[in-house]
Design a protein around this ligand. Structure first.
Ligand code: ZN
Length: 437
């Protein structure tokens, strides 16, 4: 990727792209021609994976044209030596490396050039600006700090020196009172963390009546944000929440539409498809697998890559008028599926998402535990003592979602052992119980 190409991309970030939906699609098609030609010529894993697929890069006139390429999975990449997944001749020592463990627990490292890394970071900044962040707002992130500290790169140092988007990383492994102290000290314009970390801090603040510095908004990401978490966090911080959907492979994939129409897909960063089990696009309103193509990653390309996430497809143009396509909901990991008797399966979101929407006022945090194929327990840490009517309704709704032949129980718990700064999994499958504690 040439510097001019990157510069063009950088330039696009400082304002939402102009020219509407059609211009966006033309941009995508142009990037796809470039990335597919690059992979064909310079990336061994795609040369092999696409053998036999009839597609001439120059013939890609619309984004949908890449459907004739087979999707690729993380395992396909992991099965090859690193050099086969990188552009020919790239020296890994010169690259930015992101190590991920993933929900499967299997390590996978993503590599990008420094320039690519910054381009992707800018999409995130644009989304934050779209949500109302100003240049001088301090962003406080709760996260697991890397051992030995984070290495600041020169654009980051320059940005800090100029006072543009000053930021601070706070240890997400700390206790609630330390995190509240850090918030009071930092006076953030924006607070960013996993929903479970935000909820943990929020619950403590509400319980102890801690007065919090009011940020412009709170950014959640990395886990499914349900209605009860949204409410708790928003109550405690006195600020709206903007949920973002990202992945290490792509950085920003989507962020919440400021006008409440679900999520804007970051179409000029990533081409997102929502596919059924047979890799056909689902209808608008349908749920499916997220398959994504990175439009700016030439070092380690991801083309029609199975993210392992599920989402609900939204309209191809956001009703708010911005030129982005949409997702209506992010459902989380596709592997988190309840397998029920008779080969049926239900995504936990179908149960917990709906329940939390109705019962957000009294359900604090919840977790769905599949004890056996025909036995599912919903564990609830309650915000107040539920009335008999609350429990009855919940039981009936859960039983209905699971269908006949499945026992559904409710269990009120004091709280959940928290892996601070790590992801909270709202679903525990059979045999995973011990591992999750
Ligand atoms: Zn919108």
């Amino acid at each position: 990727m040439s510097f001019a190409e990157h510069a063009n991309t950088l330039f696009r970030h400082w304002r939402p792209p102009r020219g509407g939906r059609e211009a966006m699609r033309r941009f995508q098609a142009r990037k796809l021609r470039s990335i597919v030609a690059h992979c064909r010529e310079h990336v061994a894993v795609y040369r092999d994976h696409w053998r036999g697929a009839a597609i001439a890069p120059s013939s890609i006139g619309v984004p949908e044209a890449i459907r004739s390429l087979p999707p690729i999975a993380k395992d396909d990449l992991r099965a090859r030596p690193l050099r086969d997944t990188l552009a020919d001749g790239v020296d890994p020592a010169t690259l930015v490396r992101h190590d991920t463990s993933g929900s499967s627990g299997q390590p996978f490292a993503i590599h990008r050039s420094l320039l690519e890394e910054h381009v992707l970071q800018l999409f995130r900044l644009r989304a934050l600006a779209d949500a109302g962040m100003r240049w001088t707002d301090r962003v406080v992130r709760f996260r697991q700090l890397p051992a030995g500290g984070a290495r600041a790169t020169w654009p980051g140092r320059l940005r800090r020196a100029l006072g543009i988007h000053p930021d601070a990383d706070v240890d997400g492994l700390a206790g609630a009172s330390e995190m509240l102290d850090a918030l009071a000290r930092q006076r953030p314009g924006v607070v960013a963390a996993y929903p479970s970390t935000l909820r943990y801090v929020a619950e403590r603040a509400l319980r102890d009546h801690v007065s919090m510095p009011r940020p412009r908004f709170v950014m959640s990401g990395g886990e499914v944000l349900d209605a009860s978490a949204r409410r708790t966090i928003s109550d405690a911080f006195g600020a709206p929440i903007v949920d973002v959907y990202g992945a290490h492979e792509f950085n920003l994939i989507a962020w919440e539409c400021p006008n409440g129409h679900g999520y804007h897909v970051c179409d000029d960063n990533v081409l997102v498809e929502v596919l059924d089990d047979d890799d056909r696009p689902v209808e608008v309103g349908g749920a499916g697998h997220v398959v994504a193509t990175a439009l700016h990653s030439y070092t380690m390309p991801f083309v029609r890559y199975r993210t392992g996430d599920r989402a609900v497809r939204g309209p191809d143009a956001c009703p708010c008028g911005q030129p982005y396509s949409t997702l209506l909901a992010i459902e989380g990991r596709a592997t988190d599926v309840l397998r029920l008797p008779g080969g049926r399966f239900v995504h936990p979101y179908r149960i917990t998402g709906a329940l939390a929407d109705h019962d957000a006022d009294w359900i604090g945090q919840h977790r769905l535990v599949q004890v056996a194929t025909d036995h599912v327990v919903l564990e609830i840490a309650a915000r107040r003592t539920p009335g008999p009517g609350d429990l009855e309704r919940l039981r009936a709704e859960g039983a209905q979602a699971l269908g006949a032949g499945v026992r559904f129980d409710l269990a009120l718990v004091d709280g959940f052992a928290r892996g601070p700064g790590r992801k909270f999994r709202p679903y525990v499958g059979m045999g995973e119980r011990a591992a999750a504690e």
